[in-house]
Design a binder for this molecule. Structure first.
Ligand code: GAP
Length: 551
C-alpha cells in the first residue's frame, strides 16, 4: 500500500484529467480559480458516492443507539432563498473570513490559515528550507546569505532575510549556536526571517507569497451575491446558498405538518453550495462551488449529547465502509475558538478528518458533526415570526389519567455535514496507488461499489468472431450491472494498454475474449489490484462479477 504522504497531488490531478474524472472549469478560456468540472468518470463516481450517502441516510438508515429504527426523510430546497434566511442564520453578519493584506505585494491571506499556507504552499519557504532546516538548526551562514541574495530576492523580495540579511542571520546564528539543545521551531524561524528590523518593529508573520509585512485582519464576506428580478438594486439582492442546511431548517414545519415524522427524526439534503473562498486550493478540496451532503437530526435537548456521540461514531464508520482506511481517518473535537456561531450555543463540533496527501502526516476536514442546539430554529422563528415549535405528545408532566400532557419545544439539532466533492477527493487520494513493478504502475483501488466502470470486456484481437462474443457479453453485463456504472468494451491498442487504461480508471475487473473463448466458451478474468488472471466460463461471468463486486 502506498502511504498517503508519498502520494503526489500532481500525479493524482494529472490522472484525474487524463481519465476524465475532473477538469479545470472553463479550461479553454484559461480556467477560473476555484471551479471544477466533473468528466464522465468523475460524474459517475460523484453520483455513486451521493447515492451511497442517500441510501445510508434516507433509504436504509442505521439502527439507533438502542437498536431502534431511525426516521430520516429527504428534501431538495432551492439554492436561492429569501435573503432574510441568511440574516436569520447569521451568515449575512458573520460568514466572513479574517483577511490580512500584504503591504509588499497586495496579496490577501486568510489570517487563520497563515501557518498552514506557509508550511504547504509557499515557493519561497520550500526553497529556503533546502538551505536551512529549523528542527535540526543546521546553520550555514554563507549559504543562507547566498540564498538571500539570489533565490530569495526573486521569490520573496520583501522578506527581512532578503532586505537585511546581516541582522536576521546574526539572530539566527545566536539562536542556534547559543542553544544547541533547543532546536528552532518553524514558527519562530519564520517570524524572524520575515521581520525587517527585529528590535524596532517586533515580530511579524510573513506573507506566504513575498515574505512581506501583513496588515491587521479584516472580515471578507464569503457569500456570492446576485439579483432576483428585473431591477438590479439592493432591494432585489439575493445570495447563492453557502450551505444546504438552512433550506432544511426553513422547511422543518412543512415536513412535520405534511409527513408522519416524530422527533427524533432527520431531514437530509444533497446539493450545491457556493462560497467565495479567499484561497480556493488543493484541487477540489476547497472550491468556490461544491456539493454538500447534510442531514439535520432533530431531537429533544435532553437526548442531544447521546445523538451527537452516535452520529460521530456512525459517520466515521460509514466512510470506512467505502474504503477509507481507519489509519487515514480521525475524529477531532474542535477547540473552543474554532467553533462556528451556531455551534457555540450547543455542545460543540467534531470533524471526521482525512489524511490527504497535502496534509500528511496531518489531517484535513472531510465532514463536520455539529451540535447546533436549537439556534437555527430559534433564529428562524424570531425572524419569520412563524411558530416553529414542535408538540411532543410523549413528553411533559403526567395528567390525572397517567398520560403525559405533552410538551412544546424547539428541538435541538445534531448535524452531520459532509462534502460530496471533498469526499470524491478523499476517495481518489485513498484509491491512487503507484507500483512501478507493474506494467500499469498507476491505478485506482476504488471500492467496487463506487467504481464508475464496473467491468470491461475486451476482444483480444479485432477478428475471428471475438468482437461479436465480446459485444454480446458486454450487453448482458450492462443490463445486469449498469445501474451504478459503465461496462466498457474496447478493441483498440494492445491488451496491456487496455488493461492499463482500465486500471487508471479504477475498473475492478476485465474480461478478455480470446481464441479459446470461441472453442471452450471461457474468458480470462483479470483483477485490477493484483493483476492476477483466471479462466472462467463465459456463462459464469455475470455471477462471478456479482460476487466479486459484492454489490
Ligand atoms: N452546514 C454546516 C456546514 O456547512 P461546513 O463545515 O462549513 O459546515 C460542511 O461544511 C462540509 O462541506 C465540510 O466538512 C467540507 O467537506 C465541505 N466544504 C465546506 N466548504 C467547502 C469548500 N469550499 N469546498 C469543498 N467542500 C467544502
Amino acid at each position: 500500500m502506498t502511504d498517503n504522504a508519498d502520494k503526489s497531488m500532481d500525479d493524482i490531478v494529472s490522472l484525474c484529467k487524463r481519465r476524465g474524472f475532473v477538469y479545470p472549469a472553463s479550461e479553454i478560456y484559461g480556467g477560473i480559480n476555484g471551479f471544477w468540472d466533473y468528466g464522465p468518470l468523475g460524474t459517475q463516481l460523484k453520483n455513486n458516492l451521493r447515492d451511497a450517502w442517500w441510501e445510508a441516510m434516507v433509504l436504509n438508515p442505521p439502527k439507533g443507539p438502542d437498536g431502534e429504527r431511525l426516521q430520516i426523510v429527504g428534501l431538495d430546497s432551492s439554492i436561492i432563498q429569501n435573503p432574510k434566511v441568511w440574516e436569520a442564520s447569521g451568515h449575512l453578519a458573520g460568514f466572513a473570513d479574517p483577511m490580512r493584506k500584504c503591504a509588499g505585494c497586495g496579496h490577501f491571506v486568510r489570517a487563520d490559515q497563515l501557518w498552514e499556507m506557509l508550511a504547504t504552499s509557499s515557493e519561497w519557504v520550500d526553497s529556503l528550507l533546502q538551505v536551512f532546516t529549523p528542527i535540526t538548526g543546521d546553520i550555514d551562514t554563507p549559504r543562507l546569505m547566498d540564498w538571500a541574495r539570489k533565490k530569495g530576492k526573486k521569490l520573496a523580495p520583501n522578506l527581512a532575510l532578503v532586505r537585511n540579511p546581516e541582522v536576521t542571520l546574526s539572530w539566527l546564528a545566536q539562536r542556534v549556536n547559543g542553544q544547541p539543545d533547543a532546536p528552532v521551531e518553524m514558527k519562530e524561524f519564520m517570524r524572524h526571517v520575515a521581520t525587517e528590523q527585529l528590535n524596532a518593529t517586533g515580530l511579524q508573520e510573513p506573507c506566504p507569497r513575498c515574505g512581506g509585512e501583513l496588515g491587521e485582519p479584516a472580515p471578507f464576506k464569503l457569500m456570492f451575491e446576485t439579483w432576483a428580478g428585473m431591477v438590479q438594486n439592493d432591494d432585489n439582492k439575493a445570495y447563492l446558498r453557502p450551505e444546504t442546511a438552512q433550506g432544511i431548517f426553513i422547511n422543518f414545519k412543512n415536513v412535520v405538518d405534511t409527513s408522519r415524522v416524530k422527533v427524533p427524526f432527520g431531514i437530509a439534503q444533497v446539493g450545491k453550495a457556493f462560497r467565495n473562498e479567499v484561497t480556493p486550493r488543493n484541487f477540489i478540496f476547497r472550491s468556490r462551488e461544491f456539493e454538500q451532503m447534510e442531514m439535520e437530526w432533530f431531537c429533544h435537548k435532553d437526548d442531544a449529547t447521546k445523538w451527537y456521540k452516535f452520529w460521530q461514531t456512525e459517520r466515521k464508520r460509514w466512510w470506512e465502509s467505502l474504503g477509507l482506511t481507519s489509519d487515514n481517518l480521525i475524529m477531532r473535537e474542535h477547540d473552543k475558538d474554532e467553533l462556528s456561531h451556531y455551534a457555540k450555543e450547543g455542545a460543540g463540533t467534531a470533524d471526521v478528518e482525512y489524511r490527504y496527501p497535502f496534509t500528511a502526516p496531518g489531517f484535513g476536514e472531510l465532514e463536520g458533526i455539529a451540535h447546533r442546539s436549537n439556534f437555527d430554529l430559534t433564529q428562524h422563528e424570531n425572524h419569520s415570526r412563524t411558530k416553529l415549535k414542535y408538540f411532543d405528545s410523549a413528553r411533559g408532566e403526567l395528567a390525572k389519567n397517567g398520560q403525559p400532557k405533552g410538551e412544546h419545544y424547539l428541538p435541538d439539532v445534531i448535524e452531520p455535514a459532509a462534502g460530496l466533492t471533498r469526499g470524491v477527493l478523499a476517495l481518489l487520494c485513498e484509491a491512487y496507488t503507484r507500483d512501478d513493478s507493474r506494467p500499469s504502475p498507476e491505478f485506482l483501488k476504488l471500492h467496487p461499489r463506487l467504481a464508475p466502470i464496473k467491468a470491461a470486456v475486451f476482444p483480444l484481437v479485432k477478428k475471428d468472431g471475438m468482437p461479436e462474443v465480446a459485444e454480446k457479453l458486454h450487453d448482458e453485463l450492462q443490463q445486469r450491472f449498469g445501474r451504478t456504472g459503465f461496462i466498457e468494451t474496447d478493441a483498440k491498442q494492445s491488451i496491456g494498454k487496455r488493461y492499463a487504461r482500465m486500471d487508471e480508471a479504477g475498473c475492478p475487473w476485465c474480461f478478455t475474449i480470446d481464441g479459446d473463448s470461441l472453442t471452450e466458451h471461457t474468458v480470462t478474468a483479470r483483477n485490477r489490484d493484483t493483476g492476477e488472471q483466471q479462466r472462467i466460463a463465459i456463462a459464469q461471468v455475470g455471477d462471478f462479477l456479482h460476487k466479486a463486486l459484492n454489490i
